[in-house]
Write a protein of this length. Sequence first.
Length: 251
Amino acid sequence: MGSLEKSSPRRVLSTVTATSISVSVDSCSPHVTMLHLNFATPPGASTLRVLCLGAHADDIEIGCAGTLLRLLQSYPDVEVYWVVCSAAGPRRTEAIASAQALTRQAARTTIVVKRFRDGYFPYAGAQLKDYFERLKQEFSPDVIFTHYRDDLHQDHQQIAALTWNTFRQHLILEYEIPKYDGDLGTPNFFVHLEKSVAERKVRHVLSHFETQHSKRWFTQDVFYSMLKIRGMEGNAPDLYAEGFYCRKLFF
Ligand SMILES: [Zn+2]
């Protein structure tokens, strides 16, 4: 993971650097901000390489579309490698169109849509493991967005486990997906979003995944609620944020 020491620069993941700090004993003052952290590219590299992993067509967008938009706005040279592990038929078409639209600002984008059987990932462990081993050779990311380790969906769990299993010196941020199982937890990493970015995220998810509109929960209310609650918990200036789980962070 991130290191200030000299070693193979591209293989060592981005570290996180402090950019601003304001300290006061009055933690309720609106002028007080927690130390902010930014992603730094490895020494000698100007490109921020982002790997997005999702089990299904809309997972990455629901989990971290706002953060991706913010990264693409903030960094001049972002390379995105986008993997959806299961999507067929119209869902495949939706997945590709959505990823293309969301990463339009990226310097380079690779979109991979696999055909692992929806709902059966735990029973396709060997094939998935083989794929992740190939992926590790194919792309060396600075930051990885993947499913939450304690997500109760069996496919999501499998992707989270394989992410940690495969990428062992990388910054990994686990995103969350609201669902029937009621498995939301307590994120410890928040990305503040401007109101316009939050609105763009919700519009994007609703407009790109029409096949999901038959699900009663697939509504703007649900997506805004998530952003608002995490915004409140993360003390976001515009009250919108995405929450993540960060298990290892090196300084
Ligand atoms: Zn999913």
